[in-house]
Write a protein that binds this ligand. Structure first.
Ligand SMILES: [Zn+2]
Ligand SMILES: [Zn+2]
Length: 420
C-alpha cells in the first residue's frame, strides 16, 4: 500500500529530517493517521523516500533507540509471563526523562494533527510483538487486564502485575476462639518471636487461613485476604447460613479454578471448624459492596445473672428493650476504635430462663449493634441494656451469630468461569 502525502506534509517531513537523525518509527508517528493499514515505520520510510533522504544514521534523537528494542522488550515479557495463566494483558511504558523531553520537543516544534504519542505507539508495538511470540491467543484489555506489564525504560526493568482473583461464598465458624482473619502477633508484629512460637501470629488458626489454604495452593497465589461482611467476635460461633465473604487471591498463577472441587477441599480440610457454601467467582467491586452493606443480624446468647430472675421478669425486660439503643464504643474495643456514641435498633428479643440465674436469649438488631454490651450495659456505656432493665448484673458467657442478612443472591448453578 502506498500513501499520498500532500505538500504540507512533505514540508513537515523535510523539516523534521533536517533537525537530526530520526528513526522511521518516530518520523512515521507524525503521520500516524495518514493512510490505512500501514505501520508507522512504513509511513516514515515513505516520507523519507519521497524526500529522497537516505536511511537514518546514528541514534534517533527522539526515542534514543527505544523503538529498535521493542522486540527485545516483548521477548522479556514472554519470559516473565511463563507459567502464568492469563487471557488479557496490557503494556505500559515509563519513558526516560530524556525521551520524555525530546518527545515534548518533537510535539512542540513539529505539531501534527495526525500524530501518535511515543508511549501509545510503543505500548501497541510491544503488545503486538508479545502476542506474536505466544503460542496461544490473548487479547489486549485497557480495563482490568489479567496481566499488566510496565516497561521502565529508565531503569531497564520490566515489572509485572497479576490481577487478583475474587471468590465469593458464605462461611460458618463452628468453634469458638478463632478470629476471622490472621492477626499478627502483638509482641513481634508478625516477624516471629518466642511468644508466638515464631509463627508471627497471635492465634494459630483463622477462618481466613482455613478457607485460603486449598485455594492458595491450587491458584499458586502469593497470598490471600478474606473480606467479610462484618466479623463476629473471636469467641463467637458463626452459624445458620453463614457470613458472606470474598476471598481475594493475590498474584495467582492460575485463574481457572474448579470451584466445586475447591469448595469440597475447604470443607474436608477444615472439617468441624469452618464450612463454606459453594464458592463462585465475583469481580472486585463485590468486596466494597459487602463492606458497605450493613444488614440486620440475629444472635443467640447464653447469659448469666448475678441474682435470680424469673421468666416473667426476663420476658418483660426483653420486650421493653426493643427499640433504639445508644452505645458508646465498648471498653473492650476502645483501644482500637474511636470513642463515640452509636444509635442502633434492637428489632426483636426473646428468651427463656435455663435456671434461676442463667438464660438463653435470642436477639435481632441492626448491623453494628454490640450484643455483649446490650446485655451487660458496659458500665453505663449502653443504654438501655438488659442488666439495666432487670437491675441485675448480666454477662454473656457464649455468643453465636445465627443469621447475617446480606450478601449476594443465591445462584441456582455455579458455573466455573474466570470471573474477570
Ligand atoms: Zn525514534
Ligand atoms: Zn511474635
Amino acid at each position: 500500500m502506498s500513501v499520498k502525502y500532500d505538500e504540507r506534509q512533505i514540508d513537515l517531513g523535510r523539516r523534521i529530517l533536517a533537525a537530526g537523525p530520526i528513526c522511521d518509527e518516530c518520523l512515521g508517528r507524525r503521520f500516524a493517521k495518514v493512510g490505512r493499514g500501514l505501520a508507522n515505520a512504513e509511513r516514515g520510510r515513505a516520507v523519507r523516500e519521497r524526500i529522497g533522504e537516505a536511511e537514518a544514521s546514528g541514534d534517533c534523537w527522539v526515542c534514543d533507540g527505544l523503538f529498535d528494542r521493542a522486540d527485545e522488550w516483548a521477548e522479556r515479557a514472554v519470559r516473565k509471563a511463563e507459567g502464568i495463566e492469563f487471557e488479557t494483558y496490557l503494556f505500559g511504558v515509563e519513558l526516560s526523562p530524556r525521551v520524555e523531553e525530546m518527545e515534548a520537543l518533537l510535539e512542540k516544534r513539529f505539531p501534527s494533527d495526525d500524530a501518535e504519542s511515543a508511549k501509545h505507539a510503543f505500548n501497541r508495538i510491544v503488545g503486538k510483538a508479545f502476542e506474536a511470540r505466544l503460542e496461544r491467543s490473548v487479547t489486549v484489555a485497557f480495563k482490568g487486564p489479567d496481566l499488566s506489564f510496565v516497561i521502565d525504560a529508565r531503569a531497564d526493568e520490566l515489572r509485572i502485575h497479576i490481577a487478583s482473583v475474587y471468590v465469593y461464598g458464605r462461611y460458618r465458624k463452628l468453634v469458638r476462639g478463632i478470629p476471622q482473619t490472621r492477626w499478627p502477633c502483638r509482641r513481634c508484629r508478625g516477624r516471629g518471636c518466642a511468644r508466638c512460637g515464631f509463627t508471627g501470629k497471635q492465634y494459630p488458626e483463622s477462618v481466613e487461613e482455613w478457607i485460603a489454604a486449598p485455594l492458595l495452593d491450587t491458584a499458586g497465589a502469593e497470598k490471600a485476604h478474606l473480606h467479610g461482611a462484618g466479623r463476629e467476635d473471636i469467641d463467637a460461633r458463626m452459624l445458620g447460613d453463614g457470613r458472606p465473604f470474598v476471598l481475594e487471591l493475590l498474584a495467582p498463577r492460575c485463574r481457572t479454578l474448579d470451584l466445586a472441587a475447591l469448595t469440597r477441599a475447604v470443607n474436608t480440610h477444615a472439617e468441624g471448624r469452618v464450612e463454606v457454601s459453594p464458592l463462585r467467582f465475583v469481580d472486585r467491586w463485590t468486596v466494597a459492596h459487602l463492606k458497605e452493606t450493613r444488614s440486620p443480624k440475629r444472635y443467640r446468647a447464653a447469659v448469666t445473672f448475678d441474682a435470680p430472675v424469673s421468666d416473667e421478669e426476663l420476658d418483660a425486660a426483653l420486650a421493653a428493650l426493643c427499640g433504639e439503643i445508644e452505645q458508646r464504643t465498648p471498653r473492650r474495643v476502645s483501644h482500637r476504635r474511636a470513642d463515640r456514641v452509636r444509635r442502633r435498633r434492637l428489632i426483636a428479643a426473646s428468651g427463656r430462663m435455663e435456671d434461676s440465674r442463667s438464660a438463653v436469649v435470642e436477639v435481632e438488631g441492626d448491623g453494628g449493634l454490640y450484643i455483649k454490651e446490650l446485655i451487660s450495659g458496659d458500665g453505663g456505656g449502653t443504654q438501655p441494656s438488659l442488666a439495666g432493665r432487670l437491675e441485675v448484673g448480666a454477662v454473656v458467657t457464649e455468643l453465636d451469630v445465627l443469621e447475617v442478612r446480606s450478601g449476594l443472591p443465591e445462584r441456582q448453578a455455579d458455573v466455573v468461569d474466570t470471573g474477570q
